[in-house]
Design a protein around this ligand. Sequence first.
Ligand code: FES
Length: 78
Amino acid sequence: MIAIFESEGQYHALDDFCPHQGASLSAGWIHDGCVACPWHAWRFALSDGTWMDNPKVKTDHFEVQLRDGEIFVAIPIL
Ligand code: FES
């Protein structure tokens, strides 16, 4: 599952699964360029998925493109 966020006219895509205990980040709230998890308020940067309390930890972040009014997310092939 991937969560898509819109903030200040920019779209961002992060893994929807919070790395703490698995809440859906799409149910969180956006503030100051971050999404806060709805369960325990861990905050992740929308720009690259960095956990704001420990920059060594990141959740997956995906490239987003807007083409002809549709949102495309680049998913890496494993
Ligand atoms: S489940 Fe997201 S901060 Fe705890």
